[in-house]
Ligand binder design. Sequence first.
Ligand code: FMN
Length: 327
Amino acid sequence: MKIGSLELGENPVFFAPLAGITHAPARLLAREAGCPLAWSEMVSAEGLVRRQASSLADLKRLPGEDPVAVQIFGADPAVMAEAARIVEESGAAVLDINVGCAVRKIVRQGAGVALMREPGRMRELLRAVRRAVRIPLTVKIRSGWEPGGGQALAIGRIAEECGADAVTLHPRTAVQKFTGRADWGLIASLKRSLAIPVIGNGDIRTPEDARRMFEETGCDAVMVGRRAVGDPHFFREVKEALGGRPIPREDPAERISRMGRYVELCVACHGEETAFRLLRTRLPWFTRNLPGAAALRRRLAACRSLAELRLLLGDVHSYIAWDPDSV
Ligand SMILES: Cc1cc2nc3c(=O)[nH]c(=O)nc-3n(C[C@H](O)[C@H](O)[C@H](O)COP(=O)(O)O)c2cc1C
């Protein structure tokens, strides 16, 4: 499967854009587990154009991470085009436009899923962005505002006409946000109506779900969000399952050493102070399904410094031998 000129292999499984989650360290862990392309968190086009430090920091990538897809959001065609240039200059492999975010703050600006109600502006915006950059351009959409999904098919066609190289569909309406179930039938309809690749997204929770999404929708790639948070090894499991091989299980020692690596990547990316603040909320995500997870989370919460975190996670053997019931 290719997005523009970018070759991404057979049956690719991508890491979705997740605000507050898919910073460089999380993306790199996904890449190391076999994910061929990971998305950034959504980045404000206004912020980039105004050279705001927090937005520019969102463009940071770590060595070994490439290729990365950077997603921007905004409503003004000229600002989006300028932001797209900044993203291209930063070395991103793919530029993605957010046409799916249903958070009120974003919708009120006319950005995210609000663009699905304005096909004229959507067209103008995509044309401006397409003219501004040469890297592959993708668009991530929802079902739209009404049940039925007609808007998704219409916006998908506009994206294709304006030179997008792929469209990702999360088939829930703006009103649904994350409730109900993703309507995979709409992914199949979009795939039938477009010539460019379609990336299916929504509710993949097991390797079997990923296989079914490919099979039932005919999509060219799938994208996983929530299921892979704190569990990059999921990408390895899906890859092996799609290749017809036995699913490798991650043992607790591997998970703990991955947590240790996440700590060091966070420090490399954000510096010690910010890394420690981020790790306090993000490290517990990695404890899901570990034996003694609740006790480990208590131990993590009790750490008052990076040195203490490192000591705890470095002590893998004692953790494995450690009886969680005795804590
Ligand atoms: C915490 C969180 C943050 C998200 N941030 C973004 C974002 O920045 N850009 C975007 O296009 N979608 C965002 N999404 C939507 C996901 O990319 C994805 O479409 C959705 O979670 C469905 O996929 P899943 O069922 O595999 O999680 C976010 C979702 C969640 C739960």
